[in-house]
Design a protein around this ligand. Sequence first.
Ligand SMILES: [Zn+2]
Length: 351
Amino acid sequence: MSGLRTSVFKAGLEALYLTGAHRMLRPITGGIGAILMLHHVRPAEPRDFAPNALLEVTPDYLDSVVERVRQAGFDIVAMDEVPGRIALGGEGRPFVAFTFDDGYRDNAEFAYPILKKHGAPFTIYLPTSFMDRRGELWWLVLEHTVRTQRAVTATIAGRSVHFDCSTASLKTEAFREIYWWLRSLPETELRAYVRDLSARHGIDFRDICRDLCMTWDEVRALGADPLVTFGAHTVEHLMLAKFPEETVRQELVASKARVKDELGRPVHHFAYPVGDPTSAGPREFALAREAGFTTAVTTRPGVLFAEHADHLTALPRVSLNGHFQSLRYLDVLLSGAAFAFFNRFRRVNAA
Ligand SMILES: [Zn+2]
């Protein structure tokens, strides 16, 4: 989310909480369950420049979320159980599934002990090139470059633009501008730019992957616990909707097969990288089904309704976002009220 959208959304959560509207709206907006989305879980580091902070929460926050969810009467279920729970409609108890994207090592180090303590099942979606130590985590490479350099150059709309990165606020501005310019490019160009940028500044993108992501051995060690499910998250972590159908099919099928081979068990669940409407749409939802996935999750915000039974490869999620690490926001998010406004009271958004 952009800075502006984040603050508007936060103000909305705050207003819903303060007025108690989320409780009043519950009968209209409340779904039957929710899939929570997380990325990094690690202790907070005080940093002035943290453009990807929305992608991390602290272990303490995760701990309090698990407790709150249970206290509020939600069952915590594995993704394998989600289709059955959706099929029950409003009949069963409300439920929550915990999901983590990208296979970060901090999931094993900090999230796992907490979830284990609570006996809570969870799913991690793996982009297989990350476990192969050659993943291009381009958004983090860009962050690292901007953090370590005093100036960065980008060729935007054919013009060479020089960004002063000498202070934290200038870094934040430069990151935002370059990031959103990159998001507007075809992904092959985006990657070529970040590869070139990191090379020019002596940064090896493979180091970032090695530092942050689990190896296959670490994945297998974590997977020895039946609380853990692994899903696929493509091979190269591509924004699929921007690629030809053949590439999408290949990414779906190859990542499913690879995770299965490495773990020796079938893979039924998938997460679309980036996962917003510009990265995953109706074509991807159909191809994920065709590739044999039982469920596939987006990053479209929302809770689950009985109607999602017909859209199991286009499921929305509730982001446990670094910008909203407050239990009062969690209450509003789980009520579904915020998403009802966000989605203009449409329950299923799979277009
Ligand atoms: Zn991802």
